[in-house]
Design a protein around this ligand. Structure first.
Ligand code: FAD
Length: 494
């Protein structure tokens, strides 16, 4: 363990636990360290903090009362879904309540005529498609973590996935979100129709990282399952060429169902693990999927092959059947866990850049690997220009973690410099909070604070995440000039 953890105040802990037990059973209020420690981090395991109390409500009335109680007592609340987030969004507050929505796992309604499903926030992403499947429908956004992550987390992060290039992110596939503010006031954003009057607060709450409201009910759009799908796997002898090929596919007017890229270090790590059939000689591979009617797919695949050949593909294989298509994707979907086999820890970045700058940014990442002496396989949603460089490091070595943070900061800032953003789908959380100071001007950050203030005047809901205090940005500016890197000195590390 790195920095000393702040001690939990036992008097405050028992006061809060007692208050919550007034309306929740004993099993739903955890405060003993052996029970609360499993909640100390999310998928960003480099930062850990044991929560003071964990609340596991089972009804909306209980969620509301947890919020009202914490608001009255001035206790911070951190909502949590499945805890797979990669930016530390569900990192607990040491003096606060971790509000788990894990027990909200019911599918409330599937309406195949309206093509919608109404679900509770703890429902797993993949479970929505499972319940829709008997009607020939599915839920399109498909994060690689879809077997584990919750729809509540997806809404909070505006999550994406392989098929979001064609079908949109969470924000394009959610019609309505209901929940409660920190004061326990009910809120209801959007509707089952396509438009609603007033400001688009649905779009505001989607991607708000649990800072504005706690979600308790979500209405998602369902799509008809495409009749068929095939994927082209193309090899390139040069990473920059593969990056340029991605831009060429889109420039040719093709909108593939998915367009993903993996470099050689990534394919090597994955192949040992998943045996997906990747070309291990290639400097990079592209996976380009087409879906729709069988004829439409055949036509698009022919066009894709033509463009990729002209862009310098050295080898191409088209999936022959559904089993092979799923095998090609299995490697990509298991790319993050595969890193666990070759390194004690990995740090997954999530910058987005204009597609035409892919080659340039990949070369920059290569230069950073040398500068910081750390390996960094690349896996990404190339069609969206959404990079996921995976820095390999050992979190037990504080010096390595510091180098990793500085590496990540330089890459994210490069994304901003080439006209991109510091996050494509994983959110800001605690991980990228300093880079928000690079991405946005003071006036813009002031607007974010004004919105937060409107929903949560006391700043109790998920404090310290996503939107940096202006003083933090001023301090970061000074640190940045002196040290040229970023770290989170205030965060307890593994
Ligand atoms: C192996 C792996 C692969 C991944 N691949 C992808 C990918 O392809 N695309 C992608 O977008 N992400 C990906 N992720 C990241 C992660 O799975 C997503 O961000 C996911 O949406 C998080 O969902 P969760 O239920 O785990 O949320 P958590 O991690 O529990 O929480 C995430 C955020 O949501 C807030 N939150 C959770 N529930 C609620 C609620 N009910 N109300 C209000 N706020 C809430 C939390 O406070 C936190 O800020 C991946 C993660 C892993 C580990």
């Amino acid at each position: 363990m790195g920095d000393a953890l702040p001690q939990i105040d036992p008097q405050r802990q028992s006061e809060v636990a007692r208050a919550l037990r007034q309306f929740m059973p004993e099993r739903a209020v955890l405060w003993q360290e052996e029970d609360t420690r499993p909640y100390e981090c999310d998928g960003l395991t480099a930062y850990r903090r044991v929560p003071m109390v964990v609340a596991l409500p089972e009804t909306e009335a209980q969620v509301r009362r947890v919020l009202q109680t914490c608001h009255a007592l001035g206790v911070p609340v951190v909502p949590r879904g499945a805890g797979t987030g990669l930016s530390g969004g569900a990192l607990p507050a040491g003096d606060g309540v971790l509000l788990s929505l894990a027990k909200f796992m019911r599918v409330l309604r599937v309406d195949p005529l309206a093509r919608i499903a109404v679900v509770q926030p703890g429902v797993r992403n993949a479970a929505i498609s499972d319940v829709a499947a008997p009607f020939g429908l599915y839920y399109a956004p498909d994060p690689s973590s879809q077997i584990a992550c919750s729809i509540g987390g997806n809404v909070a992060e505006n999550s994406g996935g392989v098929h979001c290039l064609k079908y949109g992110l969470t924000v394009h596939n959610v019609l309505r979100v209901k929940g409660y503010t920190i004061e326990g006031e009910p809120v209801d954003f959007g509707s089952e129709s396509l438009d609603a009057p007033g400001y688009d607060l649905l779009a505001l709450v989607i991607g708000s990282e649990g800072l504005l409201a706690v979600t308790t009910e979500i209405t998602v759009r369902l799509l008809p399952k495409p009749e068929s799908a095939r994927v082209v796997m193309a090899s390139f002898d040069d990473v920059e060429k593969a990056g340029d090929a991605v831009a060429a596919v889109i420039a040719a007017g093709i909108v593939p169902a998915g367009l993903e890229m993996m470099d050689q270090p990534a394919t090597h790590a994955v192949e040992q693990f998943m045996h997906a059939g990747y070309d291990l000689e290639a400097a990079a591979i592209l996976l380009c999927e087409s879906d729709g009617g069988a004829e439409e797919v055949a036509e698009e695949i022919a066009k894709v092959r033509e463009v990729l050949a002209a862009a310098g593909a050295t080898r191409m294989t088209v999936s022959r059947d559904e089993a092979e298509r799923l095998r090609f994707w299995s490697g990509r979907k298991a790319a993050f866990p595969a890193m666990g086999r070759i390194s004690p820890d990995y740090y997954c970045m999530d910058g987005t850049i204009p597609r035409k700058r892919l080659g340039e940014v990949l070369n920059f990442i290569g230069a950073m690997e040398k500068k910081y002496g750390l390996r960094c396989p690349n896996v990404f949603h190339a069609g969206d220009g959404n990079l996921h460089p995976l820095i390999l490091f050992d979190a037990n070595d504080p010096e390595q973690l510091q180098r990793t943070e500085a590496f990540a900061a330089e890459v994210l800032e490069k994304c901003v410099a080439v006209g991109g953003t510091i996050t494509g789908e994983h959110g800001v959380g605690v991980e990228k909070i300093d880079q928000m100071c690079v991405q946005f001007r003071t006036a813009e950050l002031e607007m974010f604070h004004a919105i937060k203030q409107a929903y949560d005047p006391k700043g109790l809901l998920n404090p310290g995440k996503a939107v940096p205090a202006l003083a933090r940005c001023a301090e970061f500016g000074r640190r940045h000039v002196r040290a040229g890197g970023s770290s989170h000195p205030e965060l307890p590390r593994f």
